[in-house]
Design a protein around this ligand. Structure first.
Ligand SMILES: O=C(CO)[C@H](O)[C@H](O)COP(=O)(O)O
Ligand SMILES: [Fe+2]
Length: 226
């Protein structure tokens, strides 16, 4: 099993002070920075692109950046994100005409590749491209906005994804994104996730360190029970 990672989503950060916000969550114990890219086309919201990723690198941030593409098409922007310092790039299969090609493109540009599944999207295509996938990301909300409520049906799907990963590509990470907080992270971990995106639960807290420590404590409890 991979070491658990907590990945604050900068969607809920104060964008006017983004570099400092990212440093603050890293200082507070975050493992990875989750970077949500929205295009007002694939999802009904518009966020940030490669320039902002590059700006974080120029600000001295060296932590892994996990770029979650909620854009259509995906291929055009992959080389730009790789050049801007992304480490992981994930995309939604229905946003790519050629899923296998997009996954290969990400790896050819030196990044780890991942597929993202919306709450109602079946995991079927994973079977055919599992060897090209470094991470499976399950959405536990519908994509487009931070601060939504965790959809409980995701828990069974996490178990299903864990079984598939163990069968097809045991090293791959299983990330869950949407509505994760200290109150539900243990259930998500016990279902088989190892990477936990938390936006509003971290950036909405008065004390980022306390918010991350509370989640870490639940992850340790899950590990002990495991
Ligand atoms: O991809 C996303 C939304 O599409 C975000 O990563 C996600 O919603 C995180 O925010 P929160 O933890 O507040 O739900
Ligand atoms: Fe995300």
């Amino acid at each position: 099993m991979n070491k658990p990672w907590i990945a604050p989503s900068i969607l809920s950060a104060d964008f006017a002070r983004l570099g400092d916000e990212v440093n603050a969550v890293l200082q507070a114990g975050a493992d990875v920075i989750h970077f949500d890219v929205m295009d007002n086309h694939y999802v009904p919201n518009l966020t940030i692109g490669p320039l902002v990723c590059q700006a974080l690198r120029d600000h001295g941030i060296t932590a892994p950046i996990d770029v979650h593409l909620m854009i259509k098409p995906v291929d055009r922007i992959i080389p730009d994100f790789a050049a801007a310092g992304a480490d992981w790039i994930t995309f939604h299969p229905e946003a790519s005409e050629h899923v296998d090609r997009s996954l290969s493109l990400i790896r050819e540009h030196g990044c780890k590749a991942g597929l993202v599944f919306n709450p109602a999207t079946p995991l079927d295509c994973l079977r055919y491209v599992a060897d090209k996938v470094d991470m499976v990301l399950l959405m536990s909300v519908n994509p487009g906005f931070g601060g939504q409520k965790f959809i409980p049906g995701t828990v069974d799907k996490i178990r299903e994804a864990r079984r598939l990963i163990d069968e097809l590509n045991p090293g791959a990470r299983l990330e869950v994104d949407g509505g994760i907080k200290a109150e539900n992270i243990r259930q998500v971990a016990e279902a088989g996730a190892d990477t936990f995106v938390a936006g509003s639960a971290v950036f909405g807290a008065d004390d980022y360190g306390q918010a991350i420590a509370d989640m870490r404590k639940e992850l340790e409890a899950a590990h002990r029970a495991g």
